[in-house]
Design a protein around this ligand. Structure first.
Ligand code: CA
Length: 452
């Protein structure tokens, strides 16, 4: 448990710094033109007649989000009337200052002025459920209900590293990391919250090329805005977050993109919808109504004809407050990486409902297991957690509710996965994760903090 309490302390330290620095955000990145950030007036769908057997127990729920492309299904479901369609007419989609606030507001719950659930990096719902990242390590049971998105994340590098061969693979630039470490000015990389997706993407990227993220570089938790400022002044080398931030780094000529997460792990699990278990247990029909609204929004978002409108809605002052054009990059899979590399590949765009491998929205238990295995890899969770993983995943992952909601709303049978496992996953460095054998995956990794 000592691991857990020390990580809890780190979380507390980073959470305090972030509120003040978020004020810097707009100043650093430039204010968007007024014409495209005004309150949007989206065409909404007409509310359908709700089957009385499916009528929600409440019309209200408060869902937190972070202004990155992962939040799109929440905002689109609200703005396009998809929540209304299923009787959820009072959904409060609430912007959170940072991930620490999201965690704290989840713990408080809507009754205490917080949230009932919303958007989470992984494995936040499991960490909150187990009380690993909550105050006083109090368990706050949560249910994972859907995946929100795949792709849409990247690793941005400061301009000073342009032309040094830093890409998805670092074979050509390994000497740079050694040299910086030797000069006592180690390569400094940041993520926005420790021990979740962004931290994992940075660690995987470095370790795949033989760079140890714990000893060869400096890895920090820094709020996005502060990271951008630090990259501008040259004190930060890299950072990992969701779009539009990596893209804005290029657009504002602060840096370039070394890699997209879509290049590191095609169709990878990213962020999820989760809601407190007490809310779900009290409101089972409303939970399914929320899920149906999200699924409708995800299908709407995956129609590329809707993506310009989606960008306009998300870019609005009441949501992301930035130029809509910056969102079209992840939406179309068109990335000017800023270092001479231009990507124009629709397959690398963000997907919300379906990708090449099947369902995006369905929360595969095998993906929860990868996040827990990766947590064990880096010593964020003790090795014994691997043995307990199934039990924790079965408790938190409610793919059964996803399936019920999908069936009730008439989702095609082909779009409802028959297995809770997506099977073997493969990463850019050829490493494979077989969810049947997580120990084998850990064995195959050279850099890790666990003895297997
Ligand atoms: Ca993300």
């Amino acid at each position: 448990m000592s691991n857990f309490s020390s990580s809890r302390r780190r979380f507390l330290i980073t959470a305090g710094a972030s509120a003040a620095s978020s004020i810097l955000l707009k100043g650093c990145l430039g204010n968007p033109p007024d014409s495209i950030t005004g309150r949007t007036t989206a065409q909404t769908v007409a509310p359908a007649k709700i089957d009385p057997a499916q009528a929600p127990e409440t019309t209200k729920v408060k869902l937190g989000y972070i202004p990155i492309v992962e939040a799109a299904p929440l905002i689109i479901a609200k703005e396009k009337g998809f929540f209304d369609k299923y009787g959820m007419t009072d959904v409060d989609v609430s912007k959170q200052a940072n991930w620490g606030s999201m965690r704290d507001n989840t713990e408080i719950g809507s009754a205490g002025g917080g949230v009932d659930g919303g958007q989470y990096q992984m494995p936040m719902p499991h960490l909150i459920t187990e009380g690993i990242i909550t105050k006083g390590n109090k368990p706050v049971p949560m249910f994972l209900l859907a995946q929100l998105i795949t792709h849409g994340n990247g690793i941005a590098l400061a301009n000073k590293h342009k032309g040094k061969g830093i890409g998805t693979k670092l074979d050509q630039s390994k000497a740079l990391f050694t040299q910086l470490k030797g000069a006592n000015t180690p390569f400094t990389a940041a993520h926005t919250f420790p021990q979740v997706n962004q931290d994992f993407w940075l660690r995987y990227w470095l370790a795949a090329s033989g760079i140890d993220p714990d000893t060869d570089i400096k890895l920090l938790t820094v709020p996005a805005a502060q990271t951008v400022a630090n990259m501008k002044t040259g004190t930060m080398d890299a950072f990992s977050t969701g779009d539009p931030w990596p893209y804005r780094i290029v657009k504002d000529q602060i840096g370039f993109l070394a890699t997209l997460t879509a290049e590191m792990w095609r169709n990878h699990p990213e962020e999820y919808l989760a809601i407190r278990a007490d809310w779900v247990d009290k409101n089972p029909k409303a939970t399914k109504a929320v899920l149906k609204g999200i699924m409708d929004a995800q299908q709407w978002l995956d129609n590329f004809d809707n993506r310009q409108e989606a960008a306009q809605i998300l870019a609005g002052r009441n949501y992301f407050n930035l130029p809509a054009e910056v969102l079209m990059s992840p939406f179309q899979g068109k990335y000017n990486m800023g270092d001479g590399r231009v990507i124009d590949d629709k397959k690398l765009a963000t997907y919300y409902w379906k990708d090449e491998k099947g369902s995006v929205s369905y929360p595969y238990k095998s993906h929860d297991l990868w996040f827990i295995t990766e947590s064990v890899r880096w010593g964020f969770m003790p090795k014994e957690m691997l043995g307990k993983a199934k039990e924790i995943i079965d408790k938190v992952n409610r793919e059964d509710i996803w399936k019920e909601a999908a069936k009730e709303m008439g989702v095609a049978a082909d779009d409802i996965p028959s297995s809770t496992s997506r099977g073997v996953e493969e990463f850019f460095d050829g490493i494979k994760f077989d969810p049947e054998k997580p120990e084998e995956y850990l064995k195959s990794l050279k850099i890790k903090r666990v003895q297997i």
